[in-house]
Design a protein around this ligand. Structure first.
Ligand SMILES: Nc1ncnc2c1ncn2[C@@H]1O[C@H](COP(=O)(O)OP(=O)(O)OP(=O)(O)O)[C@@H](O)[C@H]1O
Ligand SMILES: [Mg+2]
Length: 220
C-alpha cells in the first residue's frame, strides 16, 4: 500500500511542486495519475520510489516510511518497484536481452534464475525473437515494451510508468495500457502518470488521481 499523508515537496523557496497531498493506493489498484504538464506527476512518482523525500508530511510504501530507509535498505526497497521512464532509459549499446539482464544483475538476483525470468518477460511482452537486437533496431512501441519487460523482470509489487504513451500513436498506446492491465490482473499495483485522459477509458475500475499545480483536485 502507498500512503501520502500531507506530503509536500518544495524545490525552491515558496514553490510547491506538491502541496499537502493525501492519497492512498491499495495493493492491486490500477491508478492513473492525471494532470497537465508541470502539475507534479513526476515528482509524485519520484516520492514512491524514494528518489526524493517529502519536504513535509509522510510517504509510506509497503509499510515503510521512505524517510526512514537507510542507504543499505534502498536497493532492496527499489527491487519491489518497477519503473518505466518516459524516455525509456535503455542501454543503446546492449541488446534487448542484455538490457533486461542488467536490471537483474544490478539487484544481485541469483545467476541461475536469470535466463528463465528473462525468457518469461520476453514472452509476456511479445518480444520473442528480438532478444539479440539492439534498441535502435526496434520500433518505438517495441522499445517501450523492452522498458516494461525490464521494469517487471524482478517481479515488483508496484509498477510505475511515467507518460508511457507520450510518444506513441493511439493503437500502440492502447496495446501498452492493455499490457499494464494484464500485469495488474496478475496482482501488480500499477500507477500510470499521463496527461492523456482518453487512455484511462481502457481500464475499468481504475483509481483516478488528478493533480494541478501541485494540488490534489480529484481522488476517486
Ligand atoms: N528538480 C527540480 N528542481 C526545481 N523545480 C522542479 C524540479 N523538478 C520539478 N520541478 C518543478 O516542479 C513542478 C512539477 O514538476 P513535475 O516534473 O513533477 O511535473 P509533471 O506533472 O511531471 O510535468 P510533465 O507532464 O511536463 O512531465 C514544475 O513546476 C517543475 O518546474
Ligand atoms: Mg513528468
Amino acid at each position: 500500500m502507498i500512503r501520502f499523508e500531507n506530503a509536500s515537496v518544495i524545490f525552491e523557496r515558496d514553490i510547491f511542486a506538491l502541496r499537502n497531498i493525501n492519497v492512498h493506493i491499495e495493493n492491486g489498484d490500477f491508478a492513473f495519475l492525471l494532470g497537465p504538464s508541470g502539475a507534479g506527476k513526476t515528482t509524485f512518482l519520484r516520492l514512491i520510489y524514494r528518489d526524493l523525500l517529502p519536504t513535509s508530511g509522510f510517504v509510506t510504501v509497503n509499510g515503510k516510511d521512505i524517510r526512514k530507509l537507510n542507504e543499505k535498505q534502498i536497493p532492496f526497497f527499489r527491487r519491489k518497484i518497477g519503473i518505466v521512464f518516459q524516455d525509456f532509459k535503455l542501454l543503446y549499446d546492449r541488446t534487448v536481452y542484455e538490457n533486461i539482464e542488467f536490471a537483474m544483475v544490478s539487484v544481485y538476483q541469483r545467476p541461475g534464475f536469470i535466463p528463465k525470468k528473462i525468457t518469461e518477460a520476453l514472452r509476456l511482452l511479445r518480444l520473442e525473437g528480438k532478444e539479440h537486437l539492439h534498441p535502435h533496431h526496434l520500433s518505438g512501441g517495441e522499445q517501450q515494451r523492452v522498458a516494461i519487460a525490464r521494469a517487471i523482470v524482478n517481479s515488483p509489487l508496484i509498477l510505475i510508468a511515467d507518460e508511457p504513451t507520450g510518444n506513441l500513436d493511439d493503437d500502440i498506446s492502447r496495446d501498452i495500457i492493455n499490457e499494464f492491465k494484464e500485469l495488474n490482473m496478475l496482482g501488480m499495483t500499477v500507477i500510470v502518470a499521463t496527461h492523456n485522459e482518453k487512455i484511462t477509458e481502457i481500464v475499468s475500475n481504475h483509481k483516478k488521481i488528478i493533480i494541478k499545480s501541485g494540488e490534489l483536485i480529484e481522488n476517486v
